[in-house]
Design a protein around this ligand. Structure first.
Ligand code: APR
Length: 239
């Protein structure tokens, strides 16, 4: 029987556009709402945004949206285990599971990345959203900490909890961006060369395109004229 192996093209870190590149090329625009943070060229050079399959990224670590068993599932968890091969599940089986909000790290086996960080996001609780927010924040923070502890320089996050676990895309994007920004502002963040947000469904593409510019606004000189007019308008915007 002929085995057809289709290998998706791999994407290297240098091929993943930074925010600086996206602003310069009018692929990302300043928000019409007032920014939540100051503009930082250094941060905008080190934040990436990629729409597509996270299993194709040749980065140091990809972050999987796992469940507490760590034994695989559907969504991005299923895609990562399928692409990694049986070795990943065998290693996960030795980890004894993982609590919601926490993260564990494994090898990557047949994936092009070096390591997989498995984080367990919250099932969104619309009765007590603050509990879900705290758990989601912890997913991003513990994943970043694991990357630094393991000497990893580039990390790509899937949109944790925004699929099966039902976390609203806008709220999840705010938590993701705010947690990453705060991590980069403390000492450890400088050890990371690139933090990439990976979107897959259009709802998350829209969410990140709208929300990233509020947390990581364009630095002066990297905006195109249209964005400059919009930014000027936002500054006088009292809303
Ligand atoms: N590459 C990148 N992102 C992906 C991919 C992929 N190949 N496949 C799905 N996604 C995106 C989804 O569009 C969503 O934005 O990953 C995000 C997370 O969705 P889920 O995978 O459904 O994860 P989550 O919502 O955290 O639910 C976790 O689902 O698959 C099970 O075992 C998993 O029980 C756990 C639960």
């Amino acid at each position: 029987m002929l085995r057809v192996v289709t290998r998706m093209a791999h994407t290297s870190v240098s091929d993943i556009p930074s925010l600086t590149f996206l602003y310069r090329n009018n692929e990302l625009e300043a928000s019409k709402h007032p920014p939540l943070n100051g503009a930082s060229p250094a941060y905008n050079d080190r934040i990436g945004l990629f729409c597509g399959d996270i299993t194709t990224l040749s980065v140091d670590a990809i972050v999987n949206a796992a469940n507490t068993s760590l034994l695989g599932g559907g969504g991005v968890d299923g895609a990562i285990h399928l692409a990694a091969g049986r070795g990943l599940r065998a290693e996960c089986r030795t980890l004894g599971g993982c609590s919601t909000g926490l993260s564990k790290i494994t090898n990557a086996y047949n994936l092009p990345c070096r390591k997989v960080i498995h984080t367990v996001g919250p099932v969104y609780d619309d009765i007590d959203p603050s509990k879900s927010e705290a758990a989601l924040r912890s997913c991003y923070k513990s994943s970043l900490e694991l990357a630094v502890q393991n000497g990893l320089k580039t990390i790509a996050f899937s949109a944790i909890s925004t699929g099966v676990y039902g976390y609203p895309s806008n709220g999840a994007a705010h938590i993701a961006c705010d947690t990453v920004r705060k991590f980069m502002e403390n000492g450890d963040g400088e050890k990371l060369e690139k933090v990439i947000f990976v979107t897959f469904e259009s709802k998350d593409v829209r969410a990140y395109n709208n929300i990233i510019p509020r947390h990581f606004p364009p630095a002066p000189g990297t905006e195109n004229e249209a964005t400059q007019e919009r930014t000027a308008g936002a500054e006088t915007d009292t809303s």
